[in-house]
Write a protein that binds this ligand. Structure first.
Ligand code: PMP
Length: 359
């Protein structure tokens, strides 16, 4: 049709699950466990909640459109200037703004497949041609991605750790890529899960910014900070790129409650540490137990694991669902399920249910 871009005609919207209470009612279970969206099983920081409650008093006012306090705190945390930071309605909005600002219909985007699906959705939404470079051993193949860059390429997305695999690319490979790509390519390092990483060679792109002018680092409050429902993320990059993102950004894109909660969450190091420790402990245990069941688990640096169940995953997903355990299947990974690392009790419930389903 002439109504929309041909790529929008082809696009299927990002799928989210039904509300948990609705799903539980349909399934006839009272204690459903949701391990499907990589949320923090410990919830938000109590300090963030308190700050949001206080902010509610001023909800008749527009939020701070420049997110001054939040950017000020983030600038201090990362050792950058406020002009090098832009806030987003989740890092998801920033992915969209990045494609909006920097990709024109004549340009080209490179990302991995499977990686975070929003890179592809944004490319399709704006009608920008892209190359989806297959993972190799479930990891980003940075050499193949560099080889996919053409003179038209303006953006290259890397999720590190990757979603849905949980795998990571090491510092040496990332450094090489940042140095070697043509200067006009903007590299977007999406580090939504970085706080869960513990590999000795895991690169912190914030520290690699000196290697490349055109580098944008994305972070979010949705994962370890436990604020997914508030929708706050941010990008750090050179002033020139951040300025362009501000030109295409809507004026009040992050709510006042979300800004207040995010600032307070940054001050609660204890909650972050508790969340990280639980995740590391349970990621190890889950990986061990799934391996004991004879299944292969991708080495994860994130707050989820991708497990290959060795048979079509969809019926396994459905059977788990009937037991009230919600995980995530992926069409392009037909024998695998992605499972968010929950509390010890939630993970045990998943392990017991999976053993029963596979028996
Ligand atoms: N990047 C990656 C790799 C993700 O997995 C997610 C969340 N699923 C996001 C970005 C977006 O997160 P948010 O918009 O909640 O910040």
């Amino acid at each position: 049709s002439a109504l929309v871009l041909p790529s929008v005609e082809l696009l299927s919207p990002y799928e989210t699950g039904k509300p948990l209470d609705e799903l539980a009612r349909e399934l006839g279970v009272t204690d459903a466990v949701k391990l499907a969206s990589n949320e923090n099983p410990l919830g938000p920081s109590p300090r963030a909640l308190e700050a949001a409650r206080r902010a509610l008093e001023s909800v008749h006012l527009y939020p701070d459109g420049a997110a001054y306090r939040l950017r000020e705190r983030l600038a201090a945390v990362h050792g950058v200037t406020m002009e090098e930071i832009v806030q987003g309605n989740g890092s998801n909005e920033l992915l969209d703004l990045i494609v909006h600002a920097f990709a024109t219909p004549g340009s080209h985007i490179v990302f991995a497949d499977p990686a975070f699906v929003v890179y592809k959705l944004a490319a399709l939404a704006y009608g920008v041609p892209f190359t989806a470079v297959p993972l190799r051993d479930l990891r980003h193949d940075l050499e193949a991605m560099a080889a996919a860059v053409t003179p038209k390429t303006r953006l290259l997305f890397i999720a590190n750790p990757n979603n849905p695999t949980g795998t990571h690319v090491g510092r040496a490979a990332v450094e090489r890529l940042l140095r070697e790509l043509p200067p006009e390519v903007i590299v977007v390092m999406d580090e939504a899960y970085i706080q869960y990483a513990d590999a000795a060679d895991f690169p912190d792109s914030m520290r690699l910014r000196g290697l490349r002018e055109r580098l944008l680092v994305l972070r979010t409050f949705s994962k370890i900070y436990g604020l997914a429902g508030f929708r706050v993320g941010y990008a750090v990059g050179p002033v020139q790129l951040i300025d362009y993102l501000n030109r295409v950004r809507a004026p009040f894109n992050v709510s006042a409650l979300a800004q207040a909660a995010a600032v307070a969450a940054l001050d609660d190091a204890e909650h972050v540490e508790k969340s990280r420790a639980l995740n590391l402990r349970e990621r190890d245990r889950l990986t061990r137990e799934l391996t004991r069941l004879g299944l292969s688990v991708a080495p994860s640096q994130a707050n989820f694991v991708l497990v290959d169940v060795g048979r079509p995953a969809r019926p396994v997903y459905d059977a788990l669902l009937r037991k009230g355990v919600i995980v995530r299947p992926f069409g392009n990974l037909p024998t695998s399920l992605r499972v968010t690392i929950g509390t010890e009790r939630e993970n045990q419930r998943f392990l017991d249910s999976l053993s029963a389903v596979l028996a």
